[in-house]
Design a protein around this ligand. Structure first.
Ligand SMILES: [Zn+2]
Length: 142
């Protein structure tokens, strides 16, 4: 299953986590409805949407997972959480501005093909994995 999502402007935190889980997720102030995407909103006035009531972030992610099995089909850390682009393997040139300690401490770096942001499995990654594993114990290590 390769679901794609759109989220309304209230759901920035959800957008970020869906992208971290590897899902193509749009976030726009005025969403032009795209039938190929599941539209997630907390607006009870809209029809043909996945309604996400106000709740904690973990509870909302659990609800999305129950409906769409996002954890089973995850491609963790394959998308930029900022701009929704695919991540590619970073090369030496991409990493020249990174601290040497960081460059020497991690075997692999990825880069957003759009904004150029560099990603690696440092402490931020470990915190995100802990959050996800606490929420979804079945999530496989990546
Ligand atoms: Zn990016």
């Amino acid at each position: 299953m390769n679901n794609r999502f759109s989220c309304d402007k209230m759901l920035y935190d959800i957008v970020k986590w869906l992208r971290i889980l590897g899902y193509d997720t749009e976030y726009k102030r005025y969403i032009k409805r795209d039938k190929s995407r599941i539209f997630i909103t907390s607006n009870t006035q809209l029809k043909d949407v996945f309604l996400l009531e106000h709740d904690t972030l973990p509870n909302r992610l659990l609800k999305i997972n129950k409906a769409f099995n996002i954890v089973q089909y995850t491609k963790l850390f394959s998308k930029c959480s900022i701009c929704n682009e695919d991540l590619i393997i970073a090369d030496e040139d991409d990493m020249k501005y990174l601290n040497k300690y960081i460059r020497d401490s991690f075997p692999e770096f990825k880069k957003c093909s759009k904004c150029g942001r560099i990603y690696w499995k440092g402490s931020h990654y470990k915190k995100m994995m802990k959050f996800l594993k606490d929420l979804f114990p079945d999530l496989l290590d990546f």
